[in-house]
Write a protein that binds this ligand. Structure first.
Ligand code: ADP
Ligand code: MG
Length: 731
């Protein structure tokens, strides 16, 4: 029982007789503590003077610049509030391109210069800007040409919060992360810019229908899928520790076939974890509401109410951090990887995206009023047209080494971008398409038709689960996003492409109106043209089928299953023009972003490939050799006692097969090492990423197949790695 595999299983079996971790909630009523650790509106009212509160609000809602004095006042209030709650430190909290969050803590405590008097301090300057020595964060070469350091700057549109880790409490200030000269080094600055860009483009379009609209925000409701695994099993698998997924392992005879996990009753230990996590979320104002089992054994999902995109992104990043911390308290590990286990479903993070006005109108929500439905139709059709124009960019925004295991793998949206809208809306668009010329009569008829759009029940539109982008009643659900990802990347692209589309729509409608057409006529005639033009992107059938791949190729839709190829879309001419025009990425920011995404891909594959090499050489091969030796000794002794070869033919066969697999592994590990060496010599990150994808990745697959065959052949008692069936079913 010396193998770590068996001691891990023993640990869990002993654990079952123990109590489930106790969960302490501040109150059974969530409203009693929701947002208790957030510097929110109510707190600001309490801690700020009336004037300071007003300027803070202005800066939060309108992005107005704060005066130095106001910043000092707000900082002092934040400090008082945080210290009243036991916080000792503060940090700027930011989202570098690593995909997770970063923080560097400073104490409020300081010594007064000269006198050495001990005091607690937090100035407006410290609130507004910090200079973490960020030279180790990915910057895609931006900083070598500018300045080595990165700077964080306060983003007042996302509220500060107190993070509790054990007994420690830290005031966290959401910030953007930029170079000395202001180039973005993070996910947040492009997101904020894309949000303003879309808002500016959407307001004049909204005003066709309601003159009073002054603000448009994009909204995001994410759905986070994840796996849980006992920490003992996790620690016994080097691949989970190093890469977050299993790089080898024979499939379990029973996986998810029986669908006995999906929406099943939640195991007690997991239930305790969920309650604990939800409590932490609620204290931080993350409005999580939904929890359930997912399809894969050990897979779950968590979803909040939707929020404005900026805050929703911060909340999801914070959530992923909390998930990890809380899991450890329960002796569990959370697997956020898109594909922790081959052969069972992977994890996604659906991004539900919509736009809403300051008057609370969801612009993608159809109603019973025909006039209002023209507004709905305008935003709906423009969004489809935007996706049609920039599908490659949307695909690029969800590209990563880990998400490559999902997209196009016949259980998740395909790598072909298409839009599903359901029967009812298809009929509406078809009849507009076939309605002939948009004269006054046709407009009348169309408005009449729009009046008949029945309230779109979710059931009408949510049936097709194979679509990467589905309209689900009052929002678009982007299903390609991976479970580990920062939602900001796809949200930035969505906002930018729709912003650009709405701008061009508004310009063209204005032209037609100037040429003497009635406004509704101008709007509808243009929508009609879009409906025809973007028709190729609409697909209502089975996105997993091979027929769709053929059909999509005929329609001229892209299908890029690999990240390095997909990422090229960022630097295509159409994207460069779009980002430059919108100001979301400056030219050098875009290059840097592209470079970092390629580097992330390379590093992920490099780590996986090295880990796999070590695992097969240090664990799989020794086990195979040991078993083979036993077999050989057995054969020798059977032969010694005078038995003929036919009496140990099975053993001989096993010995030979084991040798073949050992040779396959040895040859391919050598080839893989060489392929890495060659790839590493490429000068440019995009070329290196492509070399890893083309030359290293296929060898990893070959090695895995051979290792999994050995797992099937070798004595269970000698097999050192925790098996799939154990990771999925031993609890
Ligand atoms: P489900 O798909 O789980 O049955 P819903 O369709 O009501 O349930 O919501 C799914 C997700 O969509 C939730 O996370 C929710 O917050 C989000 N959502 C609902 N309305 C909007 C909206 N207008 N904008 C963005 N997200 C939304
Ligand atoms: Mg949903």
């Amino acid at each position: 029982m010396s193998l770590s595999r068996f001691s891990a299983i023993e640990t869990i079996i002993n654990r079952q007789s123990n109590e489930v971790e106790e969960v302490v909630t501040p109150s059974s009523k969530i409203s009693n503590f929701f947002g208790a650790n957030v510097f929110n509106d109510a707190t600001m009212k309490e801690y700020l003077s009336k004037d300071a509160y007003k300027s803070a609000k202005k800066s939060i809602s309108k992005g107005a610049k704060l005066s130095r004095e106001d910043a000092d006042v707000i900082a002092a209030a934040m400090k008082k509030w945080a210290m009243d709650r036991g916080a000792t430190h503060y940090t700027h909290w930011f989202q570098p391109l690593t995909g997770r969050t970063a923080e560097k803590h400073d104490s409020f405590f300081t010594l007064k210069p000269g006198t050495g008097e001990v005091m607690e301090e937090f100035s407006g300057d410290a609130l507004a800007q910090q200079e973490p020595d960020g030279s180790s964060f990915p910057g895609g070469g931006l900083r070598s040409t500018f300045e080595a350091r990165g700077y964080t700057a306060w983003d007042p549109s996302s509220p500060a919060f107190i993070l509790e880790v054990g007994e420690g409490k830290t005031l966290c200030i959401p910030t953007i992360f930029v170079t000395y000269s202001g180039e973005s080094l993070d996910y947040k600055l492009p997101l904020l810019k894309s949000q303003s860009y879309l808002e500016e483009a959407a307001i004049p379009v909204c005003q066709y229908f309601d003159k009073h609209v002054e603000r448009v925000a994009t909204t995001l409701g994410w759905e986070q899928e994840y796996f849980l695994i006992d920490e003992a099993l996790y620690n016994a698998r080097p691949d989970l520790l190093m890469t977050g997924r299993t790089l080898l392992g024979k499939h379990s005879p029973k996986g998810q076939q029986l669908d006995d996990h999906y929406f099943g009753s939640i195991p007690e230990r997991v239930y305790a974890y969920m309650r604990d996590l939800e409590t932490e979320c609620h204290k931080l104002g993350i409005p999580v509401r939904t929890r359930h089992n997912e399809v894969g054994p050990g897979q779950y999902e968590l979803a909040p109410m939707f929020e404005e995109v900026n805050v929703a992104v911060d909340h999801n990043q914070l959530l992923m951090d909390l998930m990890d911390r809380v899991a450890r308290r329960h002796k569990l590990r959370v697997l956020l990887h898109e594909k922790p286990f081959a052969g069972v479903n992977g994890s996604g993070k659906h991004n539900n995206w919509s736009m809403s006005t300051d008057s609370g109108v969801n612009l993608l929500s159809p109603g019973k009023d025909p006039a209002k439905n023209l507004r709905f139709l305008t935003f709906f059709v423009n969004t489809i047209q935007a996706v049609y124009n920039h599908a490659d960019l949307l695909r690029a925004s969800v590209a990563s080494a880990s998400n490559d295991h999902r997209l196009g793998a016949n259980e998740a949206p395909p790598a072909i971008i298409s839009v599903f809208i359901g029967d009812t809306l298809t009929k509406v668009l078809d009849s507009i398409e076939n309605g002939g010329e948009m004269d006054a009569d046709a407009v009348e008829e169309t408005l009449d038709l729009l009046g008949k759009i029945p309230d779109l029940e979710k059931d009408n539109t949510d049936r097709n689960r194979t679509s990467p982008l589905a309209f689900t009643g009052n929002k678009f659900e982007i299903r390609m996003v991976g479970s580990t990802m920062n939602c900001a990347a796809p949200m930035t692209v969505m906002n930018t492409i729709v912003g650009a589309q709405l701008r061009s729509f508004h310009a063209e409608v204005s032209k037609r109106v100037a040429a003497g057409r009635a406004e509704n006529e101008a709007i509808l005639s243009l929508l009609q043209e879009y409906i025809v033009e973007s028709k190729a992107i609409r697909f209502e059938g089975d996105g997993y089928s091979d027929e769709w791949k053929e059909e999509a190729a005929k329609r001229g839709l892209g299908n890029t299953p690999n990240t390095p190829d997909a990422l090229d879309a960022y630097v295509r001419d159409s994207s460069r023009a779009l980002f430059a025009e919108s100001g979301v990425f400056k030219e050098q920011e875009l290059e840097a972003h592209y470079e970092v995404m390629c580097e992330n891909y390379i590093l992920k594959l490099q780590i996986e490939s090295r880990t796999l090499g070590e695992m097969v050489v240090n664990s799989v091969l020794p086990a195979a050799v040991a078993y083979q030796t036993e077999l050989a000794e057995n054969i020798a002794s059977l032969s010694d006692i005078g038995l003929g070869e036919e009496m140990y033919a099975a053993q001989l066969d096993l010995v030979k097969r084991i040798s073949e697999h050992i040779n396959t592994i040895k040859t391919n590990v050598d080839a893989m090492t060489e392929a890495r060496r060659v790839a590493n010599e490429k000068e440019h990150a995009p070329d290196m990423a492509k070399a890893y994808c083309a030359d290293v990745k296929p060898l990893m697959e070959k090695i895995r197949v051979a290792a999994d065959r050995l797992e099937y052949l070798v004595d269970d008692q000698l097999w050192p790695l925790v098996k799939y069936r154990e990771m999925m079913f031993v609890r």
